[in-house]
Write a protein that binds this ligand. Sequence first.
Ligand SMILES: Cc1cc2nc3c(=O)[nH]c(=O)nc-3n(C[C@H](O)[C@H](O)[C@H](O)COP(=O)(O)O)c2cc1C
Length: 182
Amino acid sequence: MSFPKIGIVVSTTRPARIGPRVAEWVSQLAPYDAHAEIVDLAEVNLPFLEDLEHPAAGQYDRPSTIAWSERVRGYDALVLTVAEYNGGYPAVLKNAIDTLKQEWEGLPVGVVGYGWGGAAAATGALATVLDRLQTVRLDGPGLRFGEDLSPEGEILPDAPEDAVRGLYDQLLAAVREGQPAA
Ligand SMILES: Cc1cc2nc3c(=O)[nH]c(=O)nc-3n(C[C@H](O)[C@H](O)[C@H](O)COP(=O)(O)O)c2cc1C
């Protein structure tokens, strides 16, 4: 049996971003029986909804959307690392979500925020969207600047490793639950 594949999503794209450092830290905490892989939305590089059909139709004509759909379908679960931008979550993440539709239904999706208040406003807003799309949403920790990480992206000793490990446990349980009985 192959190990579940979990995509760790970098939700920001700005040149000076720390998102990759947060995602790398999350990915390094993955258990031995899961395969974690970074999904960088800067590399995914989606346009804003250029397909002719509505995403709900699942009939994509843009090669970037077809590739994004196949990539998401290739994961058993995702962890979204989520920055807070002006009390919300990054627009590039919303666009990546809105570009697809059926792919999200039933997918276990963990959330790890980072911001001055642990990105509580961002992850709260994101929860509404993930629930609307009927993902299996699992809330992880929110990392706080000055306590868990520096504004430059250095992970500090108090960073909640156990909470991330617990999130992986929940994700793997959700993956097992969603699989057809052998
Ligand atoms: C446009 C913008 C808006 C921001 N708004 C917030 C905010 O509302 N709350 C917060 O805690 N941090 C805010 N910040 C600080 C970010 O949490 C911090 O810069 C973080 O590193 C952003 O993630 P990134 O480096 O991966 O882009 C904001 C940063 C940017 C660039």
